[in-house]
Write a protein that binds this ligand. Structure first.
Ligand code: FES
Ligand code: FES
Length: 204
């Protein structure tokens, strides 16, 4: 998983996030001191609204989000791309895996703000011209799923696994795909799918 998007040269505007978050912390304190009654409801998120521009599957999306919105929630709840799945929401299952600047990340732990200026690729962006990506086709050919819930994350991770040069053996594939959990235990078929697709992906 990458932390490149947190580098000082990335599009992530830390100052904007910290300023927004700092305001959010301060607001309830001020409201409590000035408000008529301690039980008055305080709008919690108004001060956290930020404008975010994301590049998703080559398309620019301009959104106004709570600064704490993850890439996964931005995709699913605000853009309508529900292919990336929410499994654990804690960075442990890999169901939400997307590519950011070509590297796999768990989108449930990545702030949308942090991905500003980056290229985000989701499962919806893999096929080209109505033709499935070789990894998508390989998952079908090898029966590499049962319920399919983990499959979008598995496929995104598998694409990166090949591009990273980590698909040279079954052990390699198992090791570098180990962040993606399949509760249906389709692991042998997933390894077979990665092996099938790897040559085609690498030849470009
Ligand atoms: Fe993101 Fe499980 S939903 S890792
Ligand atoms: Fe069901 Fe993987 S196919 S969790």
């Amino acid at each position: 998983m990458t932390d490149d998007i947190n580098s000082p040269t990335s599009g992530f505007n830390r100052r904007a996030f910290i300023a927004a978050a700092g305001t959010a912390v301060a607001t309830p304190l001020v409201a409590r001191a000035a408000g008529p009654a301690a039980s008055s409801p305080v709008p919690q998120d108004a001060s956290l609204r930020v404008n975010v521009t994301l590049r998703i599957n080559g398309e620019i999306k301009s959104l106004t989000l709570d600064a704490r919105t993850t890439v996964l929630d931005a995709l699913r709840e605000h853009i309508g791309l529900a292919g990336s799945k929410k499994g654990c929401d804690h960075g442990q299952c890999g169901a939400c895996t997307v590519l950011i600047d070509g590297r796999r990340v768990v989108s449930c732990l990545t702030l949308a703000l942090a991905a500003e200026g980056c290229d985000i690729t989701t499962i919806e962006g893999l096929s080209k011209g109505g033709k499935l990506h070789p990894m998508q086709q390989a998952f079908i050919d090898q029966d590499a799923f049962q319920c399919g819930y983990c499959t979008p994350g598995q496929i995104m991770s598998a694409v990166a696994c090949v591009q990273e040069g980590h698909a040279n053996s079954d052990d390699d594939i198992r090791e570098y795909m180990s962040g993606n959990i399949c509760r249906c235990a389709a692991y042998p078929n997933i390894v077979a799918a990665v092996k099938q697709a790897a040559p085609e992906i690498l030849k470009g």
